[in-house]
Design a protein around this ligand. Structure first.
Ligand SMILES: Nc1nc2c(ncn2[C@@H]2O[C@H](COP(=O)(O)OP(=O)(O)O)[C@@H](O)[C@H]2O)c(=O)[nH]1
Ligand SMILES: [Mg+2]
Length: 527
């Protein structure tokens, strides 16, 4: 679609930067969002490049942070976009490039001078020259962009200076190009035209009353530019050579040809570089184009948005919560696998009754670990795209390691029997009372004159012995319950530690990375 870059001009490979020909809707938007020029426009445009650069940086961060959790083909596609966008942004998208383009002698150079108010472009040059493109820049420095466009240093002029005060302010940010004749006999001139057409924000086709119907213009260019009509205008120059009563018919005819070209929406303006007629109106149109978002900015923003959208598909809308609803079932499954409850019950029973053997804590069924781990991964994974889910799986320990850690942790839990001292004291006291009762009964039977209270005292001692024994039993039962609860609580705490270190922490790490990517993508998407 365009000629290869000329060596020595520092023009990057066009494949990265040329818009496809059918970008009509973007160009349309660009025209619709136009706003009027203001004195602060320079600042607004500078901010545009800065904002886009920030979005590009955010996408790079997302790619770096996302690593292999971003599908390789998506990462490659986003990187390609970023590289081409970054190249364009390095030049800034704050300028509006307008090219005067047309056939030999139509008056491009004369209009260039009339619009700029400078006599810089060579008028009436018939012989093809090497000084292809002439540029006038309003306001800010555009050397890099002009290098990129391939405009020779000595063919550039700066329009706006302190002397101009504010009368040129509306055009600040404009780069006006006087292109070679598209119908030149020198093929390199046509090549230059072809190369620059895709790089311009607005194409001003300059035609004259004699040659406006030239086929080289209509079939050679205009008919191939359908879709770009919102970024085009036609200037019917040399209108001073046309008698007033013929002008309306002439304009109608130009309009008819454009309609036939498939460009019905392109505005046509009469002008005369010689008399100055129509020049203020032309400047006004250029001011509007400058005020409108530059084509490059629109295109770049659309590319960044598309890349952000591509990356958005690689992350979830939010991270799954890592709360008790996830941790508790994982701990419980391990507790069941270790037989925590039966061990705790045994510890309780041993506290109550002698002769009960407490099994060891620290043997874990592998199935339980498999289940606990799988449930964790499934729950977290179902809320994440597959590559992120894989990342969580890769980051948590294997079943064997998790099992080993759980067993080690459980072995540290104290399951020893602790018989309560109070219960022992009470039993001893009960025995003492019982012995006392027995002694009294014996004395009552042996001594014939034992007093009457002997029997009453023996009865009271026996009752006391029974009461003390019952209280001792209650104390032991309570101690047994406490022991059971303590072993369960200690076992759970040990397993919670294992789940935290083994499952929760690695998962949280991956989710933090996911969040970083998601937020960077959101930042890049907010255009
Ligand atoms: N009468 C008249 N002549 C013009 C006008 N604009 C340009 N010319 C003349 O047309 C010739 C070609 O002009 P030029 O600007 O070099 O055209 P270019 O080849 O398109 O750059 C020159 O002799 C100009 O003086 C105009 O508006 N009216
Ligand atoms: Mg010329």
């Amino acid at each position: 679609m365009s000629a290869p870059a000329e060596p020595g001009h520092g023009v990057p490979d066009q494949a990265h930067t040329d818009p496809p020909r059918d970008e009509g809707h973007e160009v349309q938007q660009h025209a619709e969002h136009g706003r009027h020029a203001t004195a602060e426009q320079g600042a607004v445009h500078g901010a545009e490049t800065a904002a886009l650069t920030q979005r590009v940086d955010a996408l790079r961060r997302a790619l770096d942070e996302g690593g292999d959790r971003v599908a390789p083909e998506v990462a490659a596609s986003v990187r390609r976009t970023l590289d081409s966008v970054a190249e364009r942004l390095a030049l800034g998208v704050d300028h509006t490039v307008v090219a005067l383009v047309g056939g030999t002698g139509s008056g491009k150079s004369s209009l260039f001078n009339a619009v700029s108010g400078l006599e810089f472009a060579d008028v009436g040059v018939r012989r093809p020259t090497t000084s292809d493109v002439t540029a006038c820049v309003w306001g800010s420095d555009a050397d890099d962009l002009l290098d990129w466009l391939g405009v020779a240093r000595d063919r550039r002029i700066q329009r706006e200076s302190a002397l101009d005060a504010e009368d040129q302010a509306a055009l600040r940010g404009l780069i006006l190009l006087d292109l070679p004749d598209h119908d030149s006999i020198a093929p390199e001139h046509r090549a230059t035209v072809d190369r620059l057409i895709p790089q311009t924000d607005l194409l001003a086709w300059v035609v004259d009353p004699q040659k406006y119907a030239d086929d080289s213009l209509h079939s050679g260019y205009l008919q191939r530019l359908t879709g770009r009509e919102a970024a085009m205008l036609v200037v019917l120059n040399q209108i001073d050579t046309v008698p007033p009563h013929v002008r309306v018919d002439l304009l109608t005819d130009v309009g008819r040809l454009l309609q036939a070209d498939g460009l019905p929406g392109v505005p046509v303006r009469e002008a005369s570089a010689r008399t100055g007629e129509g020049i203020p109106a032309l400047r006004e149109m250029l001011a509007k184009a400058v005020a409108a978002r530059s084509y490059a900015a629109t295109r770049t923003a659309a590319e960044v948005s598309a890349a952000a959208e591509e990356l958005r598909g690689q992350v979830a809308d939010r991270e799954p919560p890592l709360g008790p609803s996830l941790v508790n079932p994982a701990v419980e499954a391990l507790a069941v696998g270790a037989g925590l409850h039966s061990v705790a019950q045994a510890a309780g029973a041993a506290t109550r009754d002698r002769g009960v053997r407490v099994p060891l804590l620290g043997d874990m069924h592998e199935d339980a670990v498999v289940r606990s781990r799988a449930r964790w991964l499934d729950t977290v994974g179902s809320a994440l795209p597959p590559l992120w889910s894989d990342a969580v799986r890769a980051r948590v320990p294997s079943v064997a390691r998790l099992r080993g850690e759980a067993q080690d942790a459980l072995r540290g839990v104290d399951v020893t029997t602790r018989r309560p001292a109070a219960a022992l004291t009470l039993v001893v006291a009960a025995l003492v009372a019982l012995v006392g009762a027995a002694a009294l009964v014996t004395w009552g039977l042996v001594a014939s004159q034992a007093p009457a209270w002997t029997w009453a005292a023996a009865g009271a001692a026996a009752v006391l012995a029974v009461v003390l024994w019952l209280v001792a039993r209650g104390v032991r039962a309570r101690a047994a319950r406490r022991r059971y609860e303590a072993v369960v609580a200690d076992g759970r705490a040990a397993l919670t530690g294992v789940v935290r270190r083994g499952l929760l922490e690695p998962t949280a790490q991956v989710l933090a990375e996911h969040r970083a990517v998601r937020e960077a993508v959101a930042e890049a998407a907010a255009g």
